[in-house]
Design a protein around this ligand. Structure first.
Ligand code: FDA
Length: 311
């Protein structure tokens, strides 16, 4: 009960705009600051340094220039320029070419066409440099539009563009089938947003069961699926399914978040599995950080301790 309440509390904070503005202004000043455990830093140089360290440990990366829920054309244009600049910086840095982004960062709340145009601008540069671009999945008001946009661009030949499906949503099994039929690449997650019970499973057991069902389907039929979780039970089920199918470890990958279960990331890599670390950075870190707190009450204690130490 307490967990459910604190989860709802942090997810509400995640959507609070004034708090987001305040936090972006003051939160990441010092490298020791509390958000740094989960966010690589404010600048591309911070992200590149984090990426190099992760790659040196034998892991793969996806960089995420944080940003979401922009409401004006100017903000959407600025975010698009930011993504394009990131792609160029990654090429110059010579690190792995893999970026995750959100459609509300590119203007989906302004309108559909803005988001599509901006994504196409990003892809024009990304495709030229052989990047893989993953469209993160946001809350359920955006699910259909996000999948539609992926499908449109896939149809236009952007084949290094992947989507994310959330096992919490009841629709995701059908969505997985549809993306598989088209040959697209899926990252499977549990889902980080508070969703109504009419459309989403509400208990961990149900979300986990759906995760396993979809994972089993992806490993059998999908092109290079990404199983994104820190849950040892989900990881064990994935390993068992891969063994059952005789699937080589380079036919799928695990994904985890920067700063979360680094021990497990290293252990899986040592066992020969591919592990990709999602590395978020930038000034717009507040909603992302709040979602991480919502996932695990122990993270709140960690933040409080860091704040006390920093004082
Ligand atoms: P679960 O929440 O059941 O946690 C299992 C265990 O993992 C915990 O007991 C704890 O040990 C550890 N753990 C989990 N979260 C932790 C945290 N924040 N801090 C410390 N330990 C933690 N969601 C979404 O809606 N859209 C998206 O596009 C993405 N993208 C994405 C990419 C990648 C690479 C990952 C790993 C996750 C996402 N997510 C996401 C987030 C995802 O939906 C989910 O909220 C988190 O991964 C937490 O769920 P777990 O599967 O880890 O299991």
């Amino acid at each position: 009960m307490l967990n459910a309440l604190s989860k709802a509390f942090f997810l509400t904070l995640a959507a609070n705009r004034p708090l987001k503005r305040l936090a972006s202004r003051y939160g990441l000043r010092k490298p020791t600051s509390f958000a740094r455990r989960f966010i690589a830093g404010e600048t591309t140089a911070d992200a590149v340094a984090a990426a190099r360290a992760v790659q040196a440990a034998g892991l793969f990366i996806s960089l995420d220039l944080l940003g979401e829920s922009v409401v004006t054309l100017d903000e959407a244009d600025a975010a698009t320029r930011g993504c394009v600049a990131l792609i160029r910086d990654v090429v110059d840095a010579g690190i792995e070419r893999n970026v995750s982004l959100k459609l509300t960062q590119l203007g989906l709340d302004v309108d559909h066409a803005t988001a599509v145009d901006n994504l196409r601008k990003v892809l024009a540069v990304a495709d030229r440099h052989d990047f893989f671009i993953r469209i993160d999945m946001e809350g359920s008001p955006y699910t259909q539009e996000t999948l539609d946009i992926w499908e449109t661009l896939w149809g236009l030949g952007h084949r290094r563009l992947g989507v994310v499906l959330q096992s919490a949503l009841r629709r995701s099994e059908a969505d997985a089938q549809r993306v598989i039929e088209r040959g697209g690449r899926i990252r499977l997650v549990k889902g980080a947003y508070k969703e109504p019970k009419t459309i989403a499973y509400q208990t961990k057991a149900d979300v986990d069961e759906a995760f396993v069902r979809i994972m089993r389907l992806l490993l059998k039929d999908a092109d290079y699926p990404a199983i994104a979780t820190h849950d040892p039970a989900m990881i064990a089920a994935t390993k068992a399914r891969a063994a059952e199918l005789g699937l080589a470890p380079d036919r799928f990958e695990f994904q985890m978040l920067y700063g979360v279960r680094r021990d497990l990331q290293a252990a899986l890599a040592a066992e020969g599995y591919r592990v990709r670390v999602y590395i978020p950075f930038g000034r717009e870190w507040f909603p992302y950080f709040m979602r991480r707190l919502a996932e695990r009450p122990a993270n709140v204690a960690f933040v409080v301790k860091s704040l006390l130490r920093e004082r």
